[in-house]
Write a new protein. Structure first.
Length: 193
């Protein structure tokens, strides 16, 4: 008696179905892989436009040298964790120090009122030899400073954190406390050990 072989299954349609299912899931799934430092860049200058002039007192100059040392407005800063509070003090200028940022009054449509807005700008320049770790630490401190200022403003005026505001309120608070960071291209300015 001859041994019967196992019946063969036609799997060509299975491969087609698997391919269609894979395609469906790839097209309908969202994979969030965007990472990085989120900043909105100013619009490019066109034609004969000149960059706006900024009063020297309104600029907080932060330099990071090739040895990862910080210099903030000409003064060495040994601990990067102090940068957040220094930035907040500069932007808010609570004691009306004539060497720190001044303010302007502007009507914010989303808030329906005139508010006092800092003219302060943070100028960040790093050396080509600055470590990536130090660069990210500085960026995190600056981002934390502006986020805390927005939260403080939101709590004081709306009784909620910035994240819990309506979209209109968020837009208004972003205009009151814009993230004003100017970053220069890295160069080889070195530094002393």
């Amino acid at each position: 008696m001859a041994k019967k072989g196992l019946p063969k299954l036609n799997t060509t349609s299975m491969a087609d179905i698997s391919f269609l299912m894979l395609t469906f899931f790839l097209l309908t799934s969202s994979i969030n892989t965007d990472q990085g430092i989120q900043r909105r860049l100013p619009p490019p200058l066109t034609g004969d436009e000149k960059p706006p002039e900024i009063n020297e007192r309104n600029v907080l100059i932060i330099l990071v040298n090739m040895y990862d040392q910080l210099l903030v407005n000409g003064t060495p800063m040994n601990n990067v964790n102090e940068l957040k509070d220094r930035t907040k003090d500069f932007i808010t200028n609570p004691n009306h120090d004539p060497h720190m940022s001044d303010r302007k009054t502007e009507y914010i449509e989303e808030l329906g009122q005139e508010v006092s807005i800092s003219r302060g700008v943070v100028s960040l320049k790093s050396d080509r030899g600055t470590s990536y770790k130090r660069y990210i630490e500085v960026q995190n401190q600056l981002t934390a400073a502006f986020n805390e200022l927005r939260d403080e403003y939101s709590r004081a005026h709306f009784g909620r954190t910035f994240e819990n505001l309506t979209e209109t309120q968020k837009k208004g608070v972003q205009k009151v406390i814009p993230i004003s960071i100017s970053e220069a291209e890295p160069s080889n300015f070195g530094g002393n050990r």
